[in-house]
Design a protein around this ligand. Structure first.
Ligand code: SF4
Ligand code: SF4
Length: 170
């Protein structure tokens, strides 16, 4: 049986989701969640488990990665809990512990390499040209200096090491 970690919610609060303890389990977050309509992900359940201190279960669950970070729950929560922030905080903890879906790891690798989680492809390049636009958008795709800056940020924040470590361990 999983050990209950009462400090888990303290960590979440400290990281910025300061009202999470005021959750009344009303279920509004689950009822408005677009992801929950299509998957087994239940926002209310996630918050409940976090409050109960089920850290290992929450952080290792693939469901944690099914939130689309649309912020609808955050806007609708009657207790004004920063639900989306809490989920991102828990994802950061999960990533630190080596839990991350392969899709997110791949997107992160693309970000490290190109500066975009989804870099432009040939079809979109051709579409832009056919519309009279530059072949690539005015992002890191067309500004190498900005890409270098971004890579520096990813190195200095530890993001690069984190993702490369995950990639090596997969
Ligand atoms: S909407 Fe807010 S108060 Fe209601 S269950 Fe979700 S987090 Fe808790
Ligand atoms: S932010 Fe995430 S949990 Fe909240 S409603 Fe959107 S998809 Fe659901």
């Amino acid at each position: 049986m999983e050990k209950v970690d009462h400090a888990f919610v303290d960590e979440i609060v400290k990281a910025g989701a300061d009202r999470i303890r005021t959750c009344i389990q009303c279920g509004t977050c689950s009822s408005v969640c677009p992801s929950g309509r299509r998957t087994a992900f239940r926002t209310r359940e996630l918050i409940r488990k976090a409050l109960l201190g089920l850290k290992e279960e929450v952080l290792s669950s693939p469901n944690l990665w099914l939130c689309a970070t649309c912020h609808t729950c955050l806007e609708r929560c009657p207790r004004q809990i920063k639900v989306t922030d809490a989920i991102i905080i828990m994802r950061n903890m999960a990533a630190e512990k080596g839990f991350m879906l392969p899709e997110h790891r791949r997107a992160s690798m693309k970000l490290l390499e190109t500066g975009h989680a989804v870099p432009i492809n040939t079809a979109n390049r051709e579409k832009r040209v056919s519309l009279g636009l530059d072949e690539v958008p005015p992002t890191v795709h067309s500004h190498k200096d900005a890409l270098d800056d971004l890579k520096t940020i990813m190195e200095r924040t530890g993001f690069k090491d984190l993702i490369e470590k995950q990639e090596a361990e997969k």
